[in-house]
Design a protein around this ligand. Sequence first.
Ligand code: NAP
Length: 489
Amino acid sequence: MQSYQMYIDGQWCHADSGQTYDAINPATAQPFAKVARGSRVDAQRAICAAHEANRLWRDVPLWERSALCVKIADLIDSTKNQLAHILCTELGKPHHGEAVDEADEASVPWRIAAEQAKYLESNTIPCADHSKRVLTFRRPRGVVTALTPWNFPAAIPGEYLPFAIVMGNSVCWSPSPTSAATACVLMECIHEAGLPKGVINLVTGPGAEVGDELVVNKGTHAICMTGSPETANIITQRAGLKPRLFELGGNGPVVILPDADPKQIATCIAYACFYAAGQVCSCAERILVADSLKQDFVDAMIEEASHWKLGDPWDKATNMGPQNNVGVLDKMISHVADAKHRGAKVVAGGNRPELPGFFHEPTVLVDFAPDSLVNREETFGPIAPIASFMDEAEAWDYINACDLGLVSSVFTNDIDRAWHWAENLNTGITVINDWTHFWEHHLPFGGMASNSSGIGRVGGRHTLEFMSDLKTIAFSCGGPSVDSSIWQS
Ligand code: NAP
């Protein structure tokens, strides 16, 4: 069985304890590899290496740091087949669809970070004090902790690592244990590019131990994490005053106004529900449709659900893989049961298929209640819960029952209604007339303030800004403001 090691101070290494754990293929529930099980000791070794590296790395010219990111991107592109293979094996992503899609995308943020860092301008600022010349520029923060989830393990690290290093930071990275083999394949590209030792360190092992050490240890200076609001709350309590960038869970909504065409939009909405077996933060997890369109839309969604095929992720006919682990599967099952208990009807799917692994059928629910779990929480499974509304107030009753606010979509041909909804929905992003998954790596992405979907924004210059401190320098051109003459008057 293959084994995967961690990467500290420019070297592949075992855990200090020598321990490993089994990497499980979620499509079979069987182990396929061993992964080094790191501990606090390994995290501390990584922090020391990152510190040492940062003394030199922060002074490497930006253009050289940028060129190294491009070199890593090229190596990621030349490793696409291997990445797609491990994404299929470790995550159960259908090879001919999602696995190849993610492998294709993995290099993109490395190129964007490399490019945009070169054009990140800062200001000179006029002052009331005529003798002062004030300017700002960006300095590295130091050692950045990156904690990444399992759902896009080749793409999401790219939202942090290149942005951190191009700004002159070094990184201690802890991936989710259920996607650590993919992290190791990505790390191999970083190693091959010849990045100086210690600039990026990969520590595999449980988040509550390895990740926690990277959060609390005084040797790290900023934390970025993609994951659940629950983990973000723990990190917040443990991190003290360290700056944090959190990309957390979402729960739609998708709002379909009476002038939309339900048949035309159903395919795109079903994709937003079922792509990646619903394990995307931007999924359309609750759909609110104008009552006059309800039946046509429900019929179209039942038809759409029939196009999603579960099975062996290597099979070309399969376009939906398994849930990542038993916990995710259990949450899906409990959300469906809760919705039914509160009056919803299952009109497609609703069960586990007779397959090994952690699969769940694509499921369409109708008439869920506002207080049901599918409305109040993120399900993170292949679910399309539909409720209808007679007027806007009824739609807002559903929307306001959930405090997640990441991505929403509104379907209408009325420009005034579109603006009204876009400005009032409390989500970081609102897409008009398309699916909730629209995003490109240079666009700001994140949760709205005052809800549980995150803090800050990733995307292009927004991540670069988080990865640096704004330094203000004031030159006095007229000598000191106060001198001994004040005692002579
Ligand atoms: P998670 O359980 O919150 O874990 C995220 C990462 O944090 C994992 O590596 C985890 O390791 C680690 N971790 C757990 N406890 C920790 C602690 N006490 N200290 C430091 N690190 C700790 O999330 P997940 O299940 O991997 O990912 C799914 C979630 O991510 C969903 O809610 C999804 O919506 C969200 N997500 C958001 C975005 C976005 O851009 N907004 C994108 C993708 C996913 P362990 O696995 O060992 O616990």
